[in-house]
Ligand binder design. Structure first.
Ligand code: NDP
Length: 286
């Protein structure tokens, strides 16, 4: 059974695990900057309890964010899903209005804005290499195809997952993106794709923990024009980019902008991104 920690907790992030999430710090900075009394909490929700949490939220909250492992499972539990979330097959933002629950995805917006701010990169017409084929990579890949990327190459440890993702991307209506799937061990093709792209997106979970091995042989990245790592830590991939003077950015701008868009969806106000960014930096430095 889920219980509210305080009456003014009207928003929250759910995940399994969730203790590490910095979204409460970031979102509460936005609520305070906007002079709103609502606050944002966190709930540890295991997959078997997701449906129960959704009904708890319907009665008690105004909205929530979802992180691993709930983003795709939510699609079947809500009343309406936006085309963006359906295209990404992922919901990270739920809004409660009346008795109805609306699912949206702001991860694509967050990534797109982060890539523009970090490198001046535009998805439309862009050539992208994606490392990983898990939930985060999938949501990003569907966004790239939907937004008219010229080329997307998916490189993954388990090549069958990269191939399955590319098949699903090719089936997107109106898709006009050149798609390639590679395994981590196809070193020559991977290095060639990386040298020919505009940006490499590191979307594996490798690097989350300090002693993680790199997700692939780092030498493959030597000719990368720019590297964006979705993880908001100094991963082996980011360290390699810094050592080799490759323009690079970690995932905190993506986290910031997906959160800012969630805030705007819930409150219909612009988010105070400067206050959110300060709170995010402070929370991540702890
Ligand atoms: P998943 O568990 O769904 O997928 C993990 C992916 O990483 C798979 O492709 C997996 O390959 C690969 N992988 C894991 N370990 C290794 C390894 N040792 N070597 C090579 N490849 C590996 O995770 P998500 O897609 O949900 O999340 C990926 C990352 O993105 C997380 O670290 C998450 O924190 C981050 N993220 C950041 C966001 C932001 O706002 N900045 C938003 C969303 C996610 P295989 O298929 O072979 O198992």
């Amino acid at each position: 059974m889920f219980v509210k920690e305080a009456e003014n907790i009207k928003y929250a992030v759910i995940g399994d695990p969730v203790a590490h999430s910095v979204s409460p710090a970031m979102q509460n900075a936005a609520f305070m900057a906007a002079g709103l009394s609502e606050r944002y909490g966190k709930y540890h929700v295991v997959p078997e309890k997701l449906a129960e949490f959704v009904e708890f939220a319907r009665r008690n909250l105004l909205g929530f964010n979802a992180t691993v492992p709930h983003k795709s499972a939510l699609i079947g539990l809500l009343d309406e899903i936006t085309p963006e979330a359906l295209a990404a097959r992922s919901v990270n933002t739920v809004t409660v209005r009346g008795n109805r629950l609306y699912g949206d995805s702001t991860d694509g917006y967050g990534l797109e804005t982060a890539l523009k701010e970090s490198f001046g990169f535009n998805i439309a017409g862009g050539r992208i290499v994606l490392l990983g084929a898990g939930g985060a990579a999938q949501a990003a890949a569907f966004e790239f195809v939907r937004r008219g990327a010229a080329e997307v190459t998916v490189i993954n440890r388990t090549v069958s997952k990269a191939e399955a993702l590319v098949r699903a991307l090719a089936a997107v209506e109106g898709a006009n993106t050149a798609l390639t799937a590679l395994g981590n061990d196809e070193i020559n093709q991977a290095a060639a794709a990386i040298a020919a792209c505009d940006v490499v997106i590191q979307a594996t979970s490798s690097g989350l923990h300090p002693d993680d091995a790199p997700p692939l042989a780092l030498e493959i990245l030597r000719e990368a024009p720019a590297i964006f790592d979705m993880i908001y830590k100094n991963t082996p991939v980011l360290q390699f980019a810094k050592n080799n003077n490759i323009p690079c950015a970690d995932g905190r701008l993506m986290l910031l902008h997906q959160g800012a868009k969630s805030f705007s969806i819930w409150t219909m106000r612009p988010a105070a991104t400067a206050a959110m960014r300060d709170a995010l930096d402070e929370a991540l430095s702890k």
